[in-house]
Design a protein around this ligand. Structure first.
Ligand SMILES: NC(=O)c1ccc[n+]([C@@H]2O[C@H](COP(=O)([O-])OP(=O)(O)OC[C@H]3O[C@@H](n4cnc5c(N)ncnc54)[C@H](OP(=O)(O)O)[C@@H]3O)[C@@H](O)[C@H]2O)c1
Length: 286
């Protein structure tokens, strides 16, 4: 698919974060015009100032109707053609400490409502795209990530449904599943766990490169990492094999997951409750 980047107007939610800002920089290099969204105005302005092209900064909380309306108005004025639903957070710990409503609202309900609101604007363009940033954990259920996994599984299913529902339309829907990526989303416990499990951790530029390639090639779904793709396939076909493999990892997982975080990860966005000791968590790839 031939994307004329200079003609694209791209809304990136979570542009102030690690993956979002890498996507913004990569799209800026391609010549796209950007709408940078997040709550942290200082970070968004710093990012906008570092870009060579035009960028509009919109400070808004996407979990609120007012925040989404602010984004709608910015998109209407700028004639948006690509929506990248990237804002998100995590919770690492026991299920009984999970901030369920907050996490589901941010990772799932907000992108659904924002997309529903923006579809009429996207339909005004001759061709438009929506990219939902999911996760390897949208295909593998992981101990101590249950609520995060639930949101990303749902995001994947929702995207797939829209791909099929809008098949004959001018809007393409895409699902991108990064594996573990080096951002402040992952607090020190997760970093230690990834080290202990020998998990590959990508630089944010890798995710941005995959997203651009996905849009240029028109791929509906992309999962980053051969091992993660294989693991997800085995999990789909023979989940009991993955049950046994992950059960063996549980002692390592528990060791790292139940210590208190000493660095602040973005999980604090949605995780106001301290982790209590015991139970299971792990991370191979968020
Ligand atoms: N890092 C990983 O290992 C990894 C792996 C797979 C998938 N992912 C996914 O990649 C996406 C980006 O993650 P990241 O690693 O870049 O995380 P990050 O650095 O923590 O960035 C998260 C972004 O979400 C925004 N955000 C959070 N709450 C918001 C709200 N209520 N309203 C508007 N914006 C909000 C933050 O903006 P403000 O702080 O300005 O509000 C920030 O820009 C997420 O969907 C995540 O699930 C990450």
């Amino acid at each position: 698919m031939n994307i004329q980047w200079q003609q694209q107007v791209v809304l990136i939610t979570g542009a102030s974060g690690g993956i979002g800002s890498a996507i913004a920089k990569a799209l800026d290099k391609k010549g796209a015009r950007l709408i940078l969204a997040g709550r942290n105005e200082i970070k968004l302005n710093q990012l906008a100032n570092s870009l060579s092209g035009e960028a509009i900064v919109v400070t808004s909380d996407i979990t609120t109707p007012q925040g989404r309306e602010t984004l709608y108005r910015a998109c209407e004025g700028a004639s948006v053609s690509i929506l990248i639903n990237n804002a998100g957070s995590t919770h690492v710990g026991q299920f009984n400490t999970a901030p369920i409503e907050a996490l589901v609202n941010l990772n799932l309900t907000a992108p659904m409502l924002l997309t529903q609101r923006l579809i009429p604007l996207l339909a005004r363009r001759s061709h438009a795209h929506v990219v939902n940033v999911g996760s390897a954990f949208g295909s593998i259920g992981f101990a101590a990530h249950s609520t995060y996994c639930a949101t990303k599984f749902a995001l994947r299913g929702w995207t797939e449904s829209l791909q099929r529902e809008y098949h004959n339309s001018t809007i393409d829907f895409h699902y991108l599943a990064p594996r573990a990526t080096d951002t402040t989303l992952n607090d020190d416990r997760v970093v230690a766990l990834n080290n202990a499990l020998g998990n590959h951790v990508d630089h944010v530029d890798v995710v941005a490169k995959h997203l651009i390639n996905q849009l240029e090639k028109g791929k509906p779904r992309v999962a980053i990492g051969f091992a993660e793709r294989l693991f997800a396939k085995i999990n789909g076909l023979f989940p009991s094999i993955v049950d046994r493999a992950l059960a063996k990892k549980l002692p390592i997982i528990e060791k790292h997951a139940y210590s208190a975080p000493s660095t602040e990860g973005a999980s604090s966005t949605c995780n106001s409750q301290p982790l209590s000791a015991a139970s299971a968590l792990s991370n191979t790839s968020r």
